[in-house]
Ligand binder design. Sequence first.
Ligand SMILES: Cc1ncc(COP(=O)(O)O)c(C=O)c1O
Length: 407
Amino acid sequence: MERFSGTFTQQEPIPDEAIAAALRVMQSGRLHRYNTLPGEISEAAALEEDFAAQTGARYCLAVASGGYALGCALRAAGVVPGDRVLTNAFTLAPVPGAIAALGAVPVFVETTEDLVIDLDDLAARAGQARVLLLSHMRGHICDMDRLMALCAARGLMVIEDCAHTMGAHWAGRPTGRWGAVGCFSTQTYKHVNAGEGGLIISDDAALMAKMILLSGSYMLYDRHRAAPPPEAFADLRLTTPNVSGRMDNLRAAILRPQLRDLPRQAARWNDRYGVVAAGLQGTPGMALPARPAAEGFVASSLQFLLPGWGADAVQALLARCAARGVELKWFGAPDPVAFTSRYQNWAYAPHPALPQTDRVLAGLIDMRLPLTFSLEDCALIARIIRAEVSAVFQGAATALPPAGGAD
Ligand SMILES: Cc1ncc(COP(=O)(O)O)c(C=O)c1O
């Protein structure tokens, strides 16, 4: 019986060019982003220029984490305690966490079988809030044309959580460029790896000036380059609280070469996704979420659905795959495990039942696809999952009474 022996959490090494840049920063001793020599451009400021250019955004701010980016954007958008903020029911804990940390209240929106926000349910709930924190969870991108039209009609400001969509686009427009603000993560398990870190993009001068001040710029905001002009700060500089969450030059130095390499890496991720998806296609008892032609995703993970499966059957599948070295996560588990939790687990937020999301999550399986996996590894993983899904599904089917046989 075939077995996989790779590690699902092993990322690639930091590229040599990034290590060399990090060494230069350390040798300089100037790790703080505002610790510059006269005329010197810090790595953090240069990173912001690079990412703004790469995404086509007017402004960019580098911060301490993706979660910090979300909170900073919400604060800048004027979210205050007691405000309701719409967000995806299917996302990870830092998203409702960023809302709740401001004393605001997440309002969860249903999930489709293609793992994106349900736009009909969003329309039904739109009157409850002023802001939508849209999570492109696991890299699945909803119909952004339709979403933006809906939000414009309802006066909803959109903040995009692009933690899983760096380098991705909808119909050619990058994620993060649709809403008023786009928030990215540079944490180890994302598309670039600085250990921790976040990047925020926006075209809105007032929002960006506020976010720069919030992030802890003191009165040094003129050292930022992908930033609005000093006039944008005039009315905000003394009234905006400092909520320190800056990025340092060391992380910025590590990130810049990785960002330059992102298109090549994105293609490698999608090659891996393509091999696993092709290997799983048509497996009885399993469905892969549809990926519309307009969705330019960058897959660092893969999800599949086991529609109608009972908890025991899902757990049997996870155990059988684990025994063959394939590590799968289940969004239907009642208790949170490692990074995986679901909206009912976020007890700090009200969570009225969302039957459609419950149905989807009950059969939702999640798998990491690190770039350390070869295409042969991916084909092997698909063969193992296919065999085990088939075995459990057929076993469950034969355990049922024959059709029409029971009254
Ligand atoms: C969907 C989603 N949004 C936001 C974040 C927050 O990113 P960070 O870990 O950089 O705070 C994560 C991190 O896991 C995430 O998965």
